[in-house]
Design a protein around this ligand. Structure first.
Ligand code: NAD
Ligand code: ZN
Length: 316
């Protein structure tokens, strides 16, 4: 689609087009890619230049981040090409690259001027990538839309095989995320925008631990993170066990992983938890679900107590 349709059509326009191919996966979310883009771009751009990112969440994050700091900020447009990037990462203006200290620790808020979401891109995704995107879509339902979760539970098998069902689910997910970020564009307060991080304190640590071995897709890491967050919520009496079990069964049904215990107690987990962006000094905050579609609770504990608390909830 890129080489057959998008590039030729851009090149026919009156704009000067420079195209820079990048590998599109997690391994490019780093300073080296930024420096590569800086070298490719600075000789040619001015503040009227617009970057166009075409790819999944990794491409969106690194190109958006580069746009936010080159010449103190130039506009960018995003064409998300994975389900995950269409339902989640293209919305909300967060850009980031990873650091040796953890995931997404270098970044900015820099909203794209335009997002073009075309489901034709999704035809070439594997089932696993679709399921990975479905996890973030499900996260939006778990935070604030029980009816959507009920529908996903009914339809997941069809969604994974029939592309025609996707557009209405994508649009629901986008609307839910926009509703939340519209209350707090730059995540300045302690309110509902933080709910979007449901499962992510765990997920980011799991991704950082596994990045050089059996690396996880982002949705797989979030699936594990959601399971850990639901287990902790049940242990803290914030959520009932039935809701937790429903969510885990659903994640199992879409073939996303649910057993996180090996990662939670791995040697490096603690150092990555310590680097979470929501920490305040020695205190860590976990976003825990109050059931299904019923909002979240911000649960803070001192870092020194995490091992003890983790050993209480992660028994199976
Ligand atoms: N900025 C945000 O708000 C935000 C939100 C959620 C996730 N993210 C980030 O997004 C990233 C995950 O995004 P992702 O799941 O899109 O992964 P990804 O960008 O790593 O892409 C996954 C794989 O799909 C391939 N791919 C992309 N489009 C394709 C297509 N149309 N057909 C076939 N293959 C295709 C890529 O080359 C890559 O191998 C993570 O780094 C995560 O941190 C950011
Ligand atoms: Zn995510």
């Amino acid at each position: 689609m890129l080489t057959e349709t998008i590039l030729p059509s851009l090149k026919k326009s009156s704009y000067d087009i420079l195209s820079i191919p990048l590998k599109g996966n997690e391994s490019i979310k780093n300073l080296e890619t930024f420096i590569f883009l800086e070298n490719e771009l600075l000789p040619f751009i001015d503040r009227q230049t617009t970057l166009i990112a075409i790819g999944g969440g990794a491409i969106g994050d690194v190109v958006g981040f580069s746009a936010s700091i080159l010449l103190r900020g130039i506009p960018w447009i995003y064409l998300p090409t994975t389900l995950l990037s269409q339902v989640d990462s293209s919305i909300g203006g967060k850009t980031a690259i990873n650091s040796a200290f953890g995931k997404n620790l270098i970044g900015s808020f820099h909203f794209p001027s335009l997002v073009v979401t075309d489901t034709a891109f999704l035809k070439t995704l594997s089932k696993k990538q679709i399921a990975s995107g479905l996890v973030e879509l499900t996260k939006h339902a778990l935070i604030q839309d029980k009816n959507l979760f009920d529908a996903l539970e009914q339809d997941y098998a069809k969604i994974l095989t029939d592309m025609n069902l996707l557009p209405s689910y994508i649009s629901k997910s986008i609307k839910l995320k926009v509703k939340i970020i519209g209350q707090d564009w730059f995540e300045k307060d302690q309110g509902t925008r933080q709910y979007l991080n449901l499962g992510h304190t765990f997920a980011h640590a799991f991704e950082s631990i596994t990045k050089n071995g059996n690396s996880l897709l982002h949705g797989e890491a979030v699936s594990l993170g959601l399971c850990a967050a639901y287990d902790l919520a049940v242990q803290q009496n914030i959520c009932c066990a039935q809701d937790r079990d429903r969510v885990k069964n659903y994640l199992n049904s879409i073939n996303m992983p649910t057993h996180y215990q090996g990662l939670l107690f791995s040697d490096r987990a603690q150092e990555f938890f310590k680097m979470d962006k929501k920490k305040k000094g020695e205190e860590m905050t976990f976003i825990l679900p109050k059931g299904i579609g019923n909002g979240c609770h911000l649960f803070s504990i001192s870092h020194a107590n995490t091992q003890e608390i983790f050993s209480l909830f992660s028994v199976n």
